[in-house]
Design a protein around this ligand. Structure first.
Ligand code: ASN
Length: 321
């Protein structure tokens, strides 16, 4: 990871020089290729492509979350009811996968107003898009296989078909198609090795994408109350860290209720999920979400993931567009 002070804040389109515009265009072509490749993989595997929503009563609590740094939560009233901007579509995914859409994905804009001090980490933006997916009756292993195939196919094809763009970005030789299966680490072992800042430790050291499992976080990820182990996972990329988080999900009413109360999350914001679980209508699912800016940032070798955004969303900076 480049030192924070060496990272320049990505500029808006109207302020770029001719060389910077050329670079921006190359990154844009890689983003287009990536969106096409991943959506084709998911559609070919029988996933339904859902359109996203921006305002809902219920959204991701993002709590408890070891990586969270939310400065402000956006809540407004429409038609006399409070709604929040989408933090992630996890709750929508659970309901959709349990009912009409057993295999689904969404290119979902997520708004997370990160603290301004995260401007130069290079891996945070205050609006990003995830390819968020969910599969009924799937296991973590199924998700690993799906994601590994999608990412290795993408990089292999890109290296063949986007040579000139990768050359302009100086990534032609350094970008390697990752070997599958990816290595898997338990968070407990990483903590023992790197201490509390294990996320930074492992993302600086690894040269390949890796899975990390068993991470204590939000109520919707599956936790085995007997062993204390979480059946969830993050995919880490060299330099950029977590590019995907996901899990096998909780679907039993008593467990969900207990965890919501334990985490002191507002129960009234999750009434629908609780009701469906109580009636046995919430199904076992597993899924995850791939952060598109971090994935393409890694492929293109950028210093700051906002370079992959046509309209950069750098924490602390608000441009006209
Ligand atoms: N998309 C994630 C998941 O599927 C949730 C998140 O982004 N917080 O678990």
């Amino acid at each position: 990871m480049p030192k924070q002070e060496l990272i320049e804040i990505p500029k808006p389109l109207d302020q770029l020089t001719a060389t910077e515009i050329e670079r921006k265009a190359c990154i844009g072509k890689i983003m287009t290729y990536t969106l096409k490749s991943l959506s084709t993989t998911f559609v070919n595997k029988g996933f339904q492509w859902l359109l996203p929503v921006a305002l809902s009563q219920s959204t991701d609590p993002l709590w408890p979350d070891p990586g969270a740094s939310i400065e402000k939560r956006i809540e407004i009233d429409i038609y006399g009811k409070p709604v929040r901007t989408t933090a992630s579509m996890i709750i929508h995914k659970l309901v959709a996968a349990s009912t009409a859409y057993p295999k689904l994905f969404i290119l979902s804009p997520n708004i997370r107003i990160e603290k301004a001090e995260r401007a130069k980490t290079g891996k945070h933006v205050y609006e990003f898009t995830q390819l968020d997916f969910e599969v009924r009756d799937a296991t973590s292993k199924d998700v690993f296989a799906l994601v590994e195939e999608a990412i290795s196919t993408l990089v292999k094809d890109l290296k063949r078909e986007m040579k000139s763009e990768l050359t302009t970005l100086c990534r032609c030789d350094t970008l390697k198609a990752p070997k599958t299966p990816f290595k898997t680490y338990d968070r407990v072992d990483l903590e023992a090795k790197y201490g509390a800042d294990w996320e930074a430790g492992i993302s600086q050291e690894t040269t390949e994408p890796i899975w990390v499992t068993n991470i204590p976080r939000e109520f919707y990820d599956f936790e085995d109350f007997k062993t204390g182990k979480w059946d969830n996972y993050d995919l880490f990329l060299p330099q950029f860290g977590e590019v995907l988080s996901g899990a096998k999900r909780e679907f039993e009413y008593a467990k969900i209720l207990k965890k919501i109360e334990r985490d002191q999350v507002k129960k009234e914001n999750y009434a629908l999920i609780l009701k469906m679980a109580k009636e046995g209508r919430l199904k076992p699912t597993a899924g995850g979400g791939i952060g598109m800016e971090r994935l393409v940032g890694w492929i293109a070798g950028v210093k700051h993931i906002a370079e992959t955004q046509p309209f950069p969303r750098v924490p602390g900076t608000v441009n006209e567009l």
